[in-house]
Design a protein around this ligand. Sequence first.
Ligand code: SF4
Length: 321
Amino acid sequence: MSEQNVIMEVNHLKKYFRLDSKRTLKAVDDVSFKIYEGETLGIVGESGCGKTTCGRTCIGMYDRTDGEVLYRGEDVHKMDTAKKKEFTKKVQMIFQDPYSSLDPRMKVHDIIAEGMRIHKMNASRAEEIEEVQNLLRSVGLNAEHASRYVHEFSGGQRQRIGIARALAVNPEFLLCDEPISALDVSVQAQVVNLLIKLQKERSLTSMFIAHDLSMVKHISDRVGVMYLGNMVELAPSGELYKNPFHPYTQALLSAIPIPDPKIARNKKQIRLQGEVPSPVNPPAGCHFCSRCPYVTDRCKSETPVLKETAPGHFTACHLYG
Ligand code: SF4
């Protein structure tokens, strides 16, 4: 991908949370990557790896501790009020929990129309009604659903309402923060397929955060793997799943269940030792060293840097280069 179509550039981003006078949680600790126009970048990792904090800091929901996030060249954390308003229209978020992210006191029409009203996007009430009905249809719901309340809908339908709300202001970038993890397995694929369809139709760029590697593969052009606040591997989706370099990625992929028992029997399982250490007190050197089967003395003192280990494939591990 060329340098011209970078939409978001994240440089040495850090987001720390001060817990008390002695303890600091380093949720995101020196992360750099780019997102190209029209692509979906998946960000995966176990809970507590910093993926949600990273996404939210990238769209300015959290202030950053250090580093920078550039959106079309503009520093997200230094925008003036007018630029920020424009940015919050262009960049929308789909939340993890469709139960708590929609106001139960509002009718579906008002939930979806709220953003359009803030940005004065419709000339008349009739235009607003038509727009909301079109949005409902585009996410697989019916026009008459506009007059109902969210408690009348299933989890999958509520997430569709959340998607319609995000699309109402014609965004160009979506942050999808674990949008399917609160849904029944049976509806997860439907919502992912809907997102893929809408992204194509509307030429959206997106960051898709998830802990489920198999679902991320389905939707992402490239995938970044996070571990304890660091990006440890970043590669085109097919390449990452076929040829993972980082021992943590290898372990995550080997844990994905395979439906065919014959293939599953021949698959090499990499079992990780112990739990993810606390991001308040991560191991020195490579943060993965306390669980890595290939750890050496160097790993315990020197932090590996994310570097290109194959064309377009970046890895932070001393085993490479
Ligand atoms: Fe394992 Fe060392 Fe690579 Fe870290 S740097 S992943 S501890 S081999």
